[in-house]
Design a protein around this ligand. Structure first.
Ligand SMILES: Nc1ncnc2c1ncn2[C@@H]1O[C@H](COP(=O)(O)OP(=O)(O)OP(=O)(O)O)[C@@H](O)[C@H]1O
Length: 572
């Protein structure tokens, strides 16, 4: 319920439209009741051959009420839908605002299909909260109470029957179905989430599934998720239909009761016969608005589930997130120094430490290589520097400022990052390079493509989703080009040329080091080439720094790097 309160708070920003929806909903409802009441009265009156002016007044009233009903119903729909779309948009924006600072850490917790289903599906479901749960009951109760008040002037008994009808259709029947709904405990939302997750996995892994002949197995899983989803939908639809039928049955029963009681009262002389048709028409009309109440519990349950699923994504992180007032800014025009003191880190739900008691000092403008066996924690070190994950222990400084005083955006803005996996968007080489900086010219982009030996590409060349039509090495070179075009004086490169041939790599590095000569550069590399030119080499193993120094110092020490170099020589 706490999550729905958050939705209500967001909804209340649109107070004006909500008020208009209620006002026009009420006018439309009461005009409909008035229209049918006047029609009933007109039919009875006409039978008694009244004077012409009386008929003219009655028919004009009927026409006017019909007109009012149509206009106000339109206005109600207009304002309620406008409110719904604005509420949905506010909800999306506020959700993204909360979600954005949590990325990319959030991807460790949620699978992409599940996130997609929550962001799109669950937000969408909440449109029912306003349209079906929030304001219609308010309109219904006001229209009903006014109708009952009017009826009580004609017959207090009929008014009581209508009141009983209101209690049954608006409260008792929905309450009974709420109990039933709770028992059924619909899992449509989870079903949809599972199906989206399976479909995303299937599409992402299609090629590997085909290679390993496991396509059929995955297809089975997908069909199972689809069947489960359809079953849940069926259960929900049956329950909806059942409760709607029950409410319509009660409403019609009440109308029959009004007819029977009215007839009795006429015969008994307690009611003027001219009002009988009017009362029946009132009863038939006023219950029209009550039938949607039958699905009220389903919608409220559905909205509750959607809100909980949605907010659990951001709640989960806010518990782990230290709220900070980021006061410090990085000097944009200068290279940055980096320092780590006693830094340790473990991934959530991992018992073993990924990084242990790391001390390092990289002066501004220095060039540092980080080497070490696979899994030794090199990339994790960069993650901590980029504030993708917070260190569990110790301090990290950029320009002598602790990074927990600096906004993550500020660090990313000043860093030229090439990760092991880089994303490319569907579009062209130009659109992918333009991500680097606003206002880039074609000449600048073409020159950079030449620097990374991609001058055989034109800026118009198409790039498929995730860069599927580029080779591994081309993707890496395009990522380097993007980093080169970006602003900043801190290069963080995680094996940027692991798929590039040695000759091309050499040429790219020459250009890259020329560009970065006045910047701070950290390069993670498996290959032990070019280390001679580095100011410092850090060797990592099992999450700890085991050696550090210049190339010559480490060669003299005859430790890990020396051994690796010897093995490399033997292999060549
Ligand atoms: N998201 C994660 N959750 C849990 N453990 C992780 C996660 N990412 C990495 N690890 C683990 O942390 C350790 C260090 O990984 P890291 O990627 O930093 O190593 P690396 O030295 O960069 O390796 P490589 O050279 O193969 O890229 C590994 O044992 C890895 O399994």
């Amino acid at each position: 319920m706490r999550d729905l309160t958050l939705v209500v708070k967001l909804m209340m920003i649109e107070k004006k439209d909500i008020l208009y929806s209620i006002i026009f909903g009420f006018v439309a409802g009461i005009a409909a009741v008035g229209l049918f009441a006047a029609s009933g009265y007109l039919i009875s009156k006409a039978a008694l051959a009244p004077p012409l002016y009386a008929l003219i007044i009655l028919t004009s009233t009927v026409k006017l009420l019909g007109f009012t009903k149509a206009i106000s119903r339109y206005a109600e729909r207009y304002f309620s839908h406008r409110a719904t779309f604005t509420i949905l948009s506010n909800l999306r924006v506020s959700f993204f605002e909360k979600l954005e600072p949590l990325a990319p850490g959030i991807f460790q917790k949620y699978r992409s299909g599940d996130l997609l289903s929550r962001i799109v599906g669950d937000v969408e479901s909440l449109q029912n909260f306003f349209l079906r749960v929030f304001y219609p009951p308010i309109v219904l109760v006001i229209v009903f109470l006014c109708t009952i008040l009017f009826t009580s002037f004609v017959s207090i008994y009929i008014a009581i029957v209508l009141l009983i009808g209101l209690l049954l259709t608006a409260f008792v029947v929905p309450a009974l179905f709420a109990v039933r709904q709770a028992k059924i405990d619909s899992h449509v939302r989870e079903g949809r989430g599972n199906l989206t997750t399976e479909v995303t996995e299937f599409l992402h892994g299609f090629r590997d599934l085909k290679i390993y002949q496991k396509l059929h197995e995955k297809e089975e899983n997908l069909l199972q998720s689809s069947d489960a989803y359809i079953k849940e939908q069926e259960r929900e639809n049956i329950n909806t239909l059942y409760s709607q039928s029950m409410n319509t049955f009660v409403a019609l029963f009440i109308s029959w009761l009004v007819l029977a009681l009215g007839a009795y009262l006429v015969v008994d002389g307690q009611l003027d016969g001219i009002f009988l048709a009017m009362l029946i028409m009132i009863s038939l009309t006023v219950f029209e608005d009550a039938s949607p109440m039958a699905v009220f519990p389903i919608h409220i349950q559905d909205s509750k589930q959607a809100a909980t699923r949605l907010f659990s994504v951001v709640d989960w992180e806010s518990k782990n997130k230290v709220k900070q007032d980021y006061k410090e800014q990085l000097q944009q025009s200068n290279p940055h120094s980096i320092e780590m003191t006693n830094v340790s880190f473990s991934f959530p739900e991992e018992t073993r430490p990924t990084l242990e008691e790391i001390y390092l000092k990289l002066p501004a403008c220095s060039k540092t290589a980080i080497v070490g066996p696979s899994g030794s924690g090199k990339s994790t070190l960069l993650q901590l520097l980029l504030k993708i994950s917070p260190a569990n222990q110790g301090d990290i400084y950029l320009d002598d400022v602790a990074i927990n005083q600096i906004n993550q955006e500020e660090i990313w803005k000043n860093a030229k990052v090439v990760l092991q996996e880089n994303h490319f968007f569907f579009g062209t080489i130009r659109s992918n390079l333009r991500l680097a900086k606003d206002g880039l010219t074609d000449t600048e982009m073409e020159a950079t493509l030449a620097t990374v030996m991609l001058d055989h590409f034109s800026l118009e060349d198409k790039v498929n989703e995730k860069g599927e039509n580029l080779s591994g090495g081309e993707k890496q070179r395009l990522a380097i080009a993007r980093a080169m075009l970006k602003e900043g004086h801190l290069w963080l490169l995680d094996e940027p040329t692991s798929s590039v041939d040695a000759i091309t790599e050499q040429s790219i590095y020459e250009n890259l080091f020329e560009q970065a000569k006045n910047d701070t550069l950290v390069l993670i590399s498996h290959r032990l080439t070019n280390l001679e030119n580095m100011d410092q080499i850090i060797v990592m193993e099992h999450g700890a720094i085991i050696e550090s120094g210049t190339f010559n110092e480490l060669m003299q020490q005859k430790g890990y790097l020396y051994k690796m170099k010897q093995i490399e020589k033997e292999l060549l």
